[in-house]
Design a binder for this molecule. Structure first.
Ligand code: ADP
Ligand code: MG
Length: 401
């Protein structure tokens, strides 16, 4: 037996003989829709009330749902849609439900293709003009007299990336298509989203509005205890571990997604260790892992010049660099990479963005009549940067010495 298969055998043996902690791993996936959603009955009732005209074949008003990440918007909406689909089917009522996560779809074309494909059209993966897909959908709805509810989840992403043009066209169609009808449900994680919409799109899309407030720490605890009961075998976790997950997530902004993620990862850590029971220590390890992943994701997705400014700030480990010396370092990094450097003003803007992300801390220091300067202190180490950028050919070299 070679060494590889020996290691594999050991891993498999450990997995086979380890106690089974999860009873239903799926129940902690972030897209899992639980049957029961505590503390959301008001919101669920409101969504159901807006959509229920569908059951007597009237067009429901368009609906805009918003609230911070992890407040149960997606789960509650899917829950209502699912029940509504069941009820319409059982009562012989015609209704089509289309769900598209705009961020996952990624382009306007893919969003419309979701709508087209789920209303019975067959649209190629690429190749048609967006307007052509839209007009095919419109005539499909008319000729088949379809009653369509179209849910656009993470709609703020669509508008930030492509403007509100598609929403303008869709809400206009929703207003005018007949026979058949199209109702839209937009879900936004961004509370400021409405300000980015043109007045006409906004008034059409938000015929009705529902806000999802953040959960309190107490509510998160209840939610998470319920999920844990469902996901784990009874003796496989301590109540304290679950409460810790809720408390750690409640500190931020009542984000149930983070709480559920934390619990799942803690469970995976415990399982990998072969522990008999998930406890608070596993939660602490999971927390570190989540935070590291979050920083690393933020670093990887920075634009090139922001990466260079950050490297300029972090390299040589000096505290309190002046913005002038950062600019010098940055310029020489640009020269080494053979790219043109941005103006001091743009770089100063990038420093502010890095500050917002918590990657550096920038403070203005007053020198009386000598004026003011920005002092920049990195909040991450050179090692963390190296880790995050090690596959990034455009910058790894710059961190070598
Ligand atoms: P949002 O769409 O607002 O970002 P989600 O609906 O995706 O939030 O919820 C995030 C996670 O938290 C999901 O795993 C979801 O199942 C869970 N969740 C949210 N609210 C509740 C609740 N009231 N009860 C149980 N689980 C919930
Ligand atoms: Mg969501």
């Amino acid at each position: 037996m070679d060494q590889n298969s020996e290691t594999l055998e050991a891993i498999f043996h450990k997995a086979l003989s380890a106690p089974k902690l999860f009873n239903n791993h799926e129940a902690l996936r972030s897209d899992y829709v639980p049957d029961h959603l505590p503390f959301r009955s008001d919101q669920i009732t409101s969504v159901a009330q807006v959509l229920s005209p569908l059951l007597h074949s009237s067009r429901p008003s368009n609906l805009l749902i918003y609230g911070k990440t992890g407040t149960g918007k997606t789960a509650a909406t899917k829950h209502v849609i699912f029940k509504l689909a069941q009820t319409s089917k059982a009562n012989g009522v015609k209704a089509s439900f289309v769900y598209s996560n705009v961020r996952m779809a990624g382009t306007e074309y893919r969003v419309l293709a979701d709508l087209a494909n789920q209303t019975g059209l067959s649209i190629p993966f690429t190749g048609l003009a967006v307007s052509e897909v839209l007009s095919r959908v419109q005539s499909q709805i008319k000729t088949k007299k379809l009653h369509v509810v179209f849910v656009l989840d993470e709609i703020d992403f669509l508008v930030k990336s492509f403007g509100d043009r598609l929403l303008y066209d869709l809400t206009t169609s929703a207003d005018t298509i007949t026979p058949g009808f199209l109702s839209m449900v937009g879900i936004s994680n961004d509370l400021q989203f409405k300000e980015e919409l043109g007045a006409r799109v906004l008034s059409r899309l938000s015929e009705e509005e529902i806000v999802f407030p953040p959960y309190s720490a107490q509510e998160l605890t209840t939610i998470l205890q319920e999920r844990a009961k469902f996901a784990f075998n009874p003796a496989a976790y301590t109540e304290a571990a679950v409460n810790l997950c809720a408390a750690l997530s409640g500190l931020e902004h009542g984000d149930a997604r983070r709480a559920v993620d934390l619990l799942r990862i803690a469970g995976e850590v415990a399982e990998r260790e072969g522990s008999m029971q998930l406890d608070e220590r596993h939660v602490q390890i999971a927390l570190q892992k989540i935070d590291q992943d979050r920083i690393s994701d933020a670093l990887k997705s920075l634009p090139l010049h922001a990466k260079l400014v950050l490297i300029a700030a972090v390299k040589n480990n000096l505290e309190n660099k002046s913005s002038g010396s950062i600019y010098e370092n940055y310029s020489s990094l640009c020269k080494r990479s053979g790219i043109e450097s941005l103006t001091t003003r743009r770089v100063s803007g990038l420093v502010t963005e890095l500050d917002t992300l918590g990657l550096v801390s920038a403070t203005l220091v007053n020198y009386g009549r000598y004026g003011r300067t920005k002092k920049v202190t990195p909040q991450i180490s050179q090692d963390v940067l190296r880790q995050a950028f090690h596959e990034d050919g455009s910058v790894t070299q710059l961190l070598q010495d």
